[in-house]
Design a protein around this ligand. Structure first.
Ligand code: 5RP
Length: 234
């Protein structure tokens, strides 16, 4: 039997885990909401004999999933997955996402694209009017290119710097060896133009704006789950 959720993140994660069916290849997100999902998936495997194969979006999620007994395979083994479940930092009315506080954007975006269904799980604090409302845009850059990439982004009005580690005595480095620039842009810059600008900046490996990728968004608000569907996502 599912746990009684202790908060909205756990409530929405449990709801998502109940959507998983036998035989699915499931992408595991990164972050506190995704952690609740991993825990519930492992519980269903142990107590309900659910049979799943998983692919993790980060080293930390892979370690967690394996420690709970889930079978984790590498993305090199498949080109498509059934379902990817992950959180987000910001969600707009157009279903665009900002992700990347965990700075493993490369795999997160690959899994979002490779998934037949990308299910976003969040509490209602993540709903915003526009990308960049509460957070800077995380941009993974090749270490040798960070200064050049930063300068290009600054020339387009961006402001920010390299992300530091938690102890603030070094830099954050992604699972695949990138540095992370956290950049803010003029709030009047259209999201499409911003996405295009960052995509076309040499030295950028990946960034946290996810446009047109979510198939379904589940929002929890005081235990009540609302589903938002993207009819356009193929
Ligand atoms: C990691 C992410 C997370 O999904 C996002 O930061 C949300 O995290 P949380 O569920 O802890 O609020 O994008 O890169």
């Amino acid at each position: 039997m599912s746990l009684t959720p202790i908060n909205d993140k756990q409530a929405v994660a449990i709801h998502a885990a109940n959507i998983v069916k036998n035989g699915m290849v499931v992408g595991l997100g990164t972050g506190s909401t995704a952690n609740y999902f991993i825990e519930e998936l492992a519980r269903r495997q142990a107590q309900e004999n659910l049979k799943v194969t998983t692919i993790a979006s980060s080293t930390i999620s892979m370690i967690k999933a394996q420690s709970l007994g889930l079978n984790v395979i590498a993305l090199t083994q498949v080109s498509e997955i059934d379902l990817y479940v992950d959180g987000a930092d910001e969600i707009t009315p157009e279903m665009s996402l900002l992700k990347g506080r965990g700075y493993d954007l490369v795999l997160e975006k690959l899994l979002a694209k490779a998934a037949k269904q990308f299910l976003v799980v969040a509490d209602k604090s993540k709903l915003v009017d526009r990308i960049g409302t509460n957070f800077a845009i995380p941009i993974e850059v090749m270490p040798m290119a960070w200064k050049a990439a930063k300068r290009s982004l600054e020339a387009a009005g961006g402001m920010g710097d390299l992300r530091q580690n938690v102890a603030k005595d070094g830099l954050s480095i992604s699972s695949y060896g990138s540095l992370v620039l956290d950049m803010r842009f003029d709030k009047n810059m259209p999201e499409e133009a911003l996405n295009h600008l960052i995509n076309n900046t040499p030295g950028v490996v990946e960034h946290g704006i996810f446009r047109g990728l979510a198939s379904t968004i589940l929002i929890a608000d005081n235990g009540k789950i609302t589903e938002i569907l993207n009819e356009l996502r193929k």
